[in-house]
Write a protein that binds this ligand. Structure first.
Ligand code: ACO
Length: 332
């Protein structure tokens, strides 16, 4: 994808460090080799150096140039324990428990490396469920200043050039919050616009809050939730166009929009789709992938204080490399 190549070119001079904490997954080692060859960031692996090197040798990959950090001998381990203990003190965290977690759980250790600034970002999840990566991110890094909601965005590239921005649309939230409140839906819209501006340079975000109803055509508590999200956003003085509640066809198809939502500045031309819940969003992007042959990039986590990205357990090594490029671009 030329978008990713552009991002790699942009981040190459920045020398960002990205931790890939799951070295026991062969795809992580393959991705490390690929990143080192391309040289757009420095990969950081977590584990005993001899074991990491042996795994790389067994896999036939060359990881010379990667940084390897062993929690057992890491010079800043006590600092990481201290910061983690303080962050989670209200939840009963003690130095002993924190030490145990950071020694045993590579996701929490990797996320703490991000927190203390040893690395710029983390990319994980090829060997772990999404919820585990998210918990490590939430507990070790937390939300960005001023934000309450962590969610995710999926960039969907289709050959239907008449929709979105030349066939590209952003779907959210396909990966994090099972049943978002109205306020969280409004937060998700704001984070998704920011993500779209940052990752693809989207210049004119047009956000549709999706529903099975368009402008009062149906009524139910589920529709009320979406209407309340739109009302919430109206009170926030945001600098992008949004509208709802809108059905999917009214959101992206101008002829339907004319009939169902005349006068809307978004209907018919939406390029960001905010789904009412995780079930709809997750099923929605997979339908487009399978039936329309769309390429999906993500879900890219948003709303965290620093970039941490989750991978599908079915990912390819090249997907890990691509997500590392995006994480490097997002790093401060
Ligand atoms: N935004 C901000 N803060 C949050 C969020 C959020 N979305 N979710 C949880 N938190 C907070 C919690 O309130 C908690 O705060 P506290 O410690 O101050 O009380 C803190 O973060 C830590 O949360 P945990 O208790 O560790 O996590 P929780 O049990 O709330 O679970 C999780 C959060 C893991 C994100 C959960 O909502 C989840 O499993 N989501 C679904 C993920 C998933 O399986 N996605 C599948 C799709 S992926 C794909 O197919 C591409």
């Amino acid at each position: 994808m030329s978008l990713i190549q552009d991002i790699k070119d942009q981040v190459k001079p920045l020398g960002k460090k990205i931790v890939l904490p799951e070295f026991t997954d062969a795809r992580v080692l393959q991705a490390t080799e690929m990143i080192l060859k391309e040289g757009f960031c420095t990969p950081v692996l977590v584990g005993d150096e001899a074991k990491v090197q042996a795994a790389a040798k067994a896999e036939g990959v060359n990881i010379d140039g990667a940084v390897i950090i062993n929690p057992a001998t890491y010079a800043r381990f006590d600092e990481a324990v201290d910061v983690f203990t303080k962050r989670r003190a209200k939840k009963g965290m003690t130095p002993e428990k924190a030490t145990e977690i950071l020694k045993k759980d590579c996701l929490f250790f990797g996320a703490m490396l991000v927190n203390i600034g040893e690395v710029d970002a983390m990319v994980a999840g090829s060997a772990s469920p999404t919820a585990n990566v998210l918990r490590a991110a939430l507990q070790c890094v937390g939300t960005a200043p001023g934000l309450k909601t962590v969610s995710s965005a999926m960039f969907v590239f289709t050959d239907k050039k008449q929709y979105g921005d030349d066939g590209m649309l952003v779907f959210s939230d396909c990966g994090v919050i099972p049943n978002p409140s109205s306020e969280q839906l409004a937060d998700i819209a704001c984070s998704t616009v920011e993500k779209a501006r940052r990752v693809v340079g989207m210049s004119d975000p047009r956000v549709s809050f999706l529903s099975f109803s368009t402008k009062g055509s149906a009524s139910s508590p589920e529709v009320d939730k979406v209407v309340a999200a739109v009302d919430d956003l109206k009170g926030r003085n945001v600098d992008f166009k949004f509208d709802g509640e809108l059905q999917l066809d009214a959101s992206i198809e101008p002829s339907v929009a004319e009939r169902k939502a005349p006068g809307s500045t978004v209907a018919g031309y939406a390029n960001i789709l905010i789904f009412p819940d995780l079930q709809a969003a997750n099923i929605g992007y997979k339908l487009v992938q399978r039936f329309a042959g769309a390429t999906a990039l993500g879900p890219l986590i948003q709303g965290l204080a620093a970039p941490i990205h989750d991978l599908s357990r079915g990912c390819f090594a090249s997907d890990i490399v691509d997500v590392c490029a995006i994480a490097a671009k997002e790093a401060k």
